[in-house]
Design a protein around this ligand. Structure first.
Ligand code: DC
Length: 216
C-alpha cells in the first residue's frame, strides 16, 4: 500500500546541541514546515507558572496542556505566542528550560501534547526538533538525526550566546543546569532522550556551524 503521509525529518538531541539552528536551516532549504516541540513544553511550563499549577500536579498540567492556546510565527519568524501574547523571550530562559524539562517528565503531559505535535505533519513535509521525535512522535520518519555535543561544549556555546547578549552568567552554573536537565530528560520513564535505533548520530563537539553545509 502507498504511504501518502507527508515526509518527516526528525532532529533529536540534548539541549544546546544546535538542533534549533540546524532544523530551521533544513526546513528553510527544503521549504518544509518546522516543529519546535521543546517550545510546547516551555509554553506549558510558563502557563503552569502563571496559573499557579505545581510541577507535581500531573492532572492539572494535563488539563493546561490540552487547553493551551499557542501560535508560532511563520517561516523564519521565531516568535511564539501564548494566548496571543508574544512570549518568545520569556520561554527561552534557563529557568523556562528547567521548568519545561520537569513538566515533560509526566506521561500524561506527553500524551496530552502528542496529537498537537502530529498535526504539524503537513505537505510538503516537516522538520521536527525535540527529544522523542524519532523514537515516539514520528517513529515512522524516513530520516532521523540525533545531534549531540559534550555538555562542556554546549555550556560554552550557551555562555558565549548569553555574554554576547549582555547577560552575565557563570559557565559553571550553565554546565550544572545542562547536566541536570540531560539527566532528567534521559532518565524519565516515558520517551526518554535517546537516539532512535535508525537515527544517524552526529556529534558536533568539534564542529563549528560555519563549517556545516546542508545538501542542496
Ligand atoms: O529543546 P528545548 O531545550 O527547548 O526543550 C526544553 C525541555 O522540554 C527539555 O529539557 C525536555 C522537554 N522536551 C521533551 O521532553 N520532549 C521534546 N520532544 C522536546 C522537549
Amino acid at each position: 500500500m502507498l504511504d501518502n503521509k507527508p515526509p518527516v525529518l526528525t532532529i533529536d538531541g540534548p539541549g544546546g546541541a544546535g538542533k534549533g539552528t540546524i532544523s530551521r536551516l533544513a526546513a528553510g532549504k527544503l521549504g518544509w514546515h518546522y516543529l519546535d516541540s521543546g517550545a510546547l513544553y516551555r509554553l506549558l511550563g510558563l502557563s503552569a507558572t502563571e496559573h499557579g499549577t505545581s510541577v507535581d500536579d500531573e492532572t492539572g498540567l494535563c488539563e493546561l496542556a490540552l487547553s493551551l492556546q499557542i501560535r508560532f510565527g511563520a517561516g523564519q519568524d521565531e516568535s511564539v505566542y501564548l494566548d496571543e501574547r508574544e512570549v518568545s523571550h520569556l520561554i527561552r530562559t534557563e529557568q523556562a528550560g528547567t521548568m519545561a524539562s520537569k513538566v515533560a517528565a509526566w506521561p500524561g503531559v506527553r500524551a496530552a501534547l502528542l496529537d498537537r505535535q502530529r498535526r504539524f505533519r503537513q505537505m510538503p513535509g516537516l522538520v521536527a526538533d525535540g527529544r522523542d521525535m524519532g523514537t515516539v512522535v514520528f517513529s515512522d520518519a524516513a530520516r532521523k538525526i540525533f545531534l549531540t555535543a559534550s555538555a562542556e561544549e554546549r555550556a560554552e556555546r550557551r555562555y558565549k550566546q548569553l555574554i554576547a547578549k549582555g547577560i552575565d552568567v557563570k559557565i559553571g552554573d550553565l554546565l550544572a543546569d545542562i547536566q541536570t536537565r540531560d539527566e532528567r530528560d534521559s532518565q524519565r520513564a516515558v520517551a526518554p532522550l535517546k537516539p532512535a535505533d535508525d537515527a544517524v548520530v552526529v556529534d558536533t563537539t568539534a564542529v563549528s556551524y560555519t563549517h556545516l553545509t546542508l545538501p542542496t
